[in-house]
Design a protein around this ligand. Structure first.
Ligand SMILES: [Zn+2]
Length: 231
């Protein structure tokens, strides 16, 4: 086999190694990445906190209503007990009862609103909580899949690298050095020649260069510098 063909095969192997390494690094970066879960978890915590706050306000309104109801009862008992005959005192108590009832009405409206808000917030918490559970299930499944894929890629890469080593053993070291040097600047160091044209830079090769390629000599394209390979 001509050295150009060997280098072309080496290049195909190197490209496969490169793409496997890219896939490996991409998958490795996804492994253990909990960003989405953390975001939804924080969202849930914030919603839960809001709900707790609404419930706390709701209960505090309800306790205040109970207090007012007790006060109203005491005031009305005094008012209708018949023990108080002073009209000024009676009118004072009447006013007091009216004021307490007005305040209680306001609080009842407020407590009702708070209850509605809290119920709505509770629905939100439940929805987000279910969403998080589903995300966690998906995440665990995805992570397992990623681990498997990473394991497979590592296996594939070590196979490819072994193959590369045995390929190198059968290659002229000087040719490999040229190949490596070109590859430092270009993704592909070896270019195919078709109909006398370098397929990498599209230049027509000189007749002499073409003859050299045909004779299995190592020739670099005069334009792009790639090693030429005639399939
Ligand atoms: Zn070229």
């Amino acid at each position: 086999m001509g050295v150009a063909k060997q280098l072309y095969q080496l290049q195909e192997l190197d490209l496969e190694i490169e793409s496997s390494e890219q896939a490996l690094s991409q998958k490795s970066s996804q492994l253990g990445d909990r960003q989405v879960l953390d975001r939804v978890q924080a969202e849930l915590a914030a919603k839960q906190q809001q709900l707790d706050e609404l419930r706390r306000k709701q209960h505090s309104s309800e306790w205040e209503i109970d207090d007012l109801t007790a006060k109203i009862k005491t005031t009305e008992e005094q008012l209708y007990s018949g023990r108080i005959s002073n009209p000024k005192e009676l009118s004072g108590l009447q006013q007091e009862a009216t004021m307490l009832k007005t305040r209680r009405d306001q609080l009842e409206t407020q407590a009702l609103e708070l209850m509605e808000q809290a119920d709505l917030a509770a629905t939100g918490v439940a929805t987000t909580s279910n969403e998080l559970k589903q995300l966690e299930d998906d995440w665990h499944h995805q992570q397992q899949q990623l681990s498997t894929e990473i394991e497979q890629l590592n296996g594939k890469l070590s196979e490819l690298k072994n193959k590369r080593n045995s390929m190198l053993a059968g290659l002229d070291p000087q040719a490999v050095t040229s190949y490596e040097n070109i590859r430092k600047q270009k993704t592909q160091a070896v270019a195919k020649v078709e109909q006398g044209i370098c397929q990498a830079c599209r230049i027509s090769l000189a007749f002499s260069a073409l003859q050299q390629v045909k004779s299995d000599n190592l020739v670099q394209c005069s334009s792009c510098g790639r090693i030429l390979f005639l399939p």
